[in-house]
Design a protein around this ligand. Structure first.
Ligand code: SF4
Length: 281
């Protein structure tokens, strides 16, 4: 057994919802969707299991495969997390953020960070990925969220933008206005189903483990934990039935198996092109 000591950092991605109201072409989680939400009782059980584990939560993400706002219990989940010292972050496509929902999530956890997934920077690029009619709804939701903060510094609100090759001079004025109101603006290349960066030349399958393996638990709507966010991740077990430490042990054993051999040592990882990575703390 691998010992997990009090300083062991862990990143948690929890699937508050496995369903999404839109189907983006560039989403690597689409094949893993189901029409399910995480029930509040299961969520509280998982929070209790994390609290009982000898780990340091570096970040508690409230999203993975679906759209968090589609879960009617999201604000309650955030409120529960506000009682713990863990940094909380979640990403949203913003299209379901009415003024009422925006106010509820903003008030539920002052320390959270909410990242708005606003790709491309203009309607044509955004809707080529996310579907017709989504741009206006996303901008309206983003503005509702920023308005709900009402000039306060908290919660932190940012933009996570997929780089769709649009020159910033072609970004729409309304998008520029939203950019000027957020605290953080991250622009990244989209990731493919096999972990490769979309639009780049195919790279050889790396030998070593990715960052996720052994550093995170990706927890689905049923409370099962997986090694990573990709569809080829390895199931580790039930958080409720076993607790956090045995599952982390299992993930770190898999990491060592890859580190001492190649990705072929773990069947799900054998064809994965996700880049190698270590924990950064
Ligand atoms: S290497 Fe394995 S654990 Fe890492 S992203 Fe790929 S499938 Fe997931």
């Amino acid at each position: 057994m691998i010992e997990v000591n009090a300083a062991t950092p862990i990143w948690i991605w929890l699937d508050s919802a496995a369903t999404c109201n839109i189907a983006c072409k560039l989403c690597y989680t689409t094949p893993m969707r189901s029409p399910s939400f995480m029930p509040l009782e299961l969520f509280t059980g998982i929070v209790d299991a994390v609290r009982a584990a000898p780990v340091e939560v570096i970040k508690f993400h409230l999203n993975w495969r679906g759209e968090p706002v589609s879960n009617p219990r999201l604000a309650q989940m955030l409120s529960i997390l506000s009682r713990h010292p863990w940094p909380v972050e979640w990403h949203t496509n913003a299209t379901m953020l009415t003024r009422r929902k925006a106010a509820a999530v903003v008030e539920s956890h002052p320390g959270q960070r909410i990242m708005l997934s606003l790709d491309g920077g203009n309607r044509s690029s955004f809707e080529a990925n996310r579907g017709a009619g989504t741009w206006s709804r996303a901008l309206r939701g983003a503005e509702a969220l920023l308005d709900a903060r009402n000039g306060r510094p908290n919660p932190s609100i940012g933009i996570h933008q997929l780089d769709l090759g649009v020159d910033p001079r072609q970004w729409e004025t309304r998008f520029h206005d939203i950019v000027s109101r957020v605290d953080q603006h991250v622009i990244e290349k989209p990731v493919d189903l096999d972990g490769a960066v979309v639009g780049h030349q195919p790279v050889a399958i790396p030998d070593g483990p990715c960052f996720w393996m052994g550093n995170i638990l990706a927890i689905d709507v049923n409370g099962d934990a997986w090694t990573c966010l990709l569809r080829n991740g390895t199931r580790l077990g039930s958080v409720i039935a076993e607790g956090v430490q045995p599952l982390l042990d299992r993930a770190r054993t898999l990491r060592q198996r890859v580190a001492h051999g190649t990705r072929a040592a773990v069947p799900g990882c054998a064809t994965c092109r996700k880049k190698e990575g270590h924990a950064w703390v």
